[in-house]
Design a protein. Structure first.
Ligand SMILES: Cc1cc2nc3c(=O)[nH]c(=O)nc-3n(C[C@H](O)[C@H](O)[C@H](O)COP(=O)(O)OP(=O)(O)OC[C@H]3O[C@@H](n4cnc5c(N)ncnc54)[C@H](O)[C@@H]3O)c2cc1C
Length: 326
C-alpha cells in the first residue's frame, strides 16, 4: 500500500516514521526551516518516541507565571518540560522517518489531478499516486483547501527571538493587557529568548519588557469539537486537524501523538477519528472549558491566584502531564 505524507513537521515526520516499516511511504516536505514556535514540549516525548535527547536545549523543572505584579513559581515535578529549536527538531524527526524506510522528498503539494497528488519539485510538476494521503501540512493546510474542507479555526500569534530580555525558564504573562484572552510568553532559546503573544498584544508585551522589536506573525489552531479529521482516504494530523491543546497552546506533543494514533489506526484497520476521540476528546474538551473560564476577568483572577496553593498547583501540573485522562 502506498502512503503519501504531505508535510514533514512533528506530525508528518512521525506518521511517516511509524508507517514506513509496514508500508511504502513517501514524505513530501517543502523546505528546511525554523517553524515559528516556542519549542516547549513535554520531556516524556523523547523516551516515548526514542527521539535523541541531545537536541534538547533546556530541560526545565519549573516555570513562572507572572500576573498583576506577582510571580508564581510552578513546580513541574521534575525536568518535565524541554525546549527544542524547531529547525533541528523537525530535521531530526525527518531523518528518523528516513532511517525507518520512508522516502523523504523536498517538494510542494499543489493540489490533485485525476486522484493523484500534484507535487512541485524544482519547478517540475510530478504526479504522485497514493492509496492513503496523510495531510500533515500545518495550520494553513493546502490539502484541506484542495478538497474544499473548511480551514481549521485559528488565531494569529506574534513572536520574536530577542537578546534583550534574558530568562532562566519559561515565563507566562497572564495580564489581559499582555496576553489578551490567552497569555504571552518568554521562553529560553539557547542564548536568546523567544517571546510572543496570542492575539494582538505584542506591542504591550514589548512595552512591559522595555524593548522595541518588530514581530513576525503566524497562525495557531484554536481547537474545537468536530473538526473533520478524515475524508475518504485522506487523513489530517497535527495542526492540519487543529490538534493544539486549548489554553496551553501546546501543539508539538499532540501533533506527534495524533500521528501515532493515525499510524496505529491504519495498521490495525481502526477508525482514526474514533481512536483520536477516545484518547483525547475528554482532555481537549476539559481544557476548552478552562480556556473559556479564564476569558472572564473575575474567574481568571481566581484561577491564576489559586496556583499559589500547592494542592491546586499539583492538580494543574498533573493535568498538564496528562494524568487522570487515560
Ligand atoms: C508562535 C508560535 C509558538 C508556538 N509555541 C509552541 C510551543 O512552545 N510548544 C508547542 O508544543 N507548540 C507550540 N506551537 C504550536 C506548534 O508549533 C504546532 O502545533 C506544531 O508545529 C504542529 O506540528 P505539525 O507537524 O502538525 O505542523 P507544522 O509544524 O506546521 O508542520 C507542517 C510542515 O508541513 C510543511 N508544509 C506546509 N505546506 C506544505 C506543502 N504544500 N507541501 C509540502 N510541505 C508543506 C511545512 O513547511 C511544515 O514544516 C506554537 C505555534 C506558534 C505559531
Amino acid at each position: 500500500m502506498k502512503i503519501l505524507v504531505i508535510g514533514g513537521g512533528p506530525a508528518g515526520a512521525t506518521a511517516g516514521r511509524l508507517l514506513a516499516k509496514d508500508f511504502d511511504v513517501t514524505l513530501i516536505q517543502d523546505r528546511d526551516w525554523d517553524k515559528p514556535c516556542g519549542g516547549g514540549t513535554k520531556s516524556k516525548i523523547f523516551n516515548e518516541f526514542q527521539i535523541p535527547n541531545d537536541i534538547i536545549k533546556h530541560q526545565l523543572d519549573y516555570v513562572l507565571v507572572r500576573y498583576k505584579n506577582e510571580q508564581i513559581k510552578i513546580d513541574l515535578k521534575g525536568k518535565n518540560l524541554s525546549i527544542v529549536i524547531r529547525e533541528e527538531f523537525d530535521k531530526t524527526l525527518r531523518n528518523l522517518a528516513q532511517k525507518a524506510g520512508a522516502k523523504v522528498i523536498y517538494g510542494k503539494f499543489k493540489g490533485f489531478e485525476n486522484k493523484k497528488a500534484i507535487i512541485k519539485i524544482n519547478n517540475e510538476k510530478i504526479l504522485f499516486d497514493f492509496d492513503i494521503l496523510i495531510a500533515a501540512d500545518g495550520v494553513n493546510s493546502s490539502v484541506r483547501k484542495a478538497i474544499n474542507l473548511p480551514p481549521v479555526p485559528k488565531i494569529i500569534t506574534h513572536y520574536a527571538r530577542i537578546d534583550e530580555y534574558k530568562v532562566k525558564t519559561c515565563e507566562f504573562f497572564f495580564d489581559r493587557k499582555l496576553g489578551g484572552d490567552y497569555y504571552a510568553w518568554a521562553f529560553p532559546h539557547e542564548n536568546k529568548t523567544h517571546i510572543g503573544s496570542v492575539g494582538e498584544n505584542f506591542k504591550n508585551l514589548c512595552d512591559y519588557l522595555g524593548i522595541n522589536v518588530k514581530p513576525k506573525g503566524y497562525f495557531i489552531p484554536t481547537w474545537q469539537e468536530n473538526i473533520q479529521m478524515q475524508k475518504e482516504n485522506i487523513y489530517f494530523v497535527g495542526d492540519a486537524a487543529g490538534h493544539v491543546m486549548p489554553l496551553s497552546f501546546e501543539g508539538i506533543y499532540y501533533a506527534i501523538k495524533s500521528a501515532e494514533i493515525l499510524a496505529n489506526s491504519i495498521k490495525n484497520n481502526l477508525n482514526y477519528p474514533n481512536e483520536w476521540n477516545k484518547r483525547f476528546a475528554k482532555e481537549f474538551k476539559f481544557m476548552k472549558t478552562l480556556e473559556n473560564i479564564i476569558k472572564k476577568p473575575i474567574l481568571r483572577d481566581l484561577m491564576i491566584k489559586a496556583q499559589k496553593f500547592n494542592t491546586i498547583q499539583n492538580i494543574s501540573v498533573n493535568l498538564w502531564l496528562g494524568k487522570g485522562f487515560k
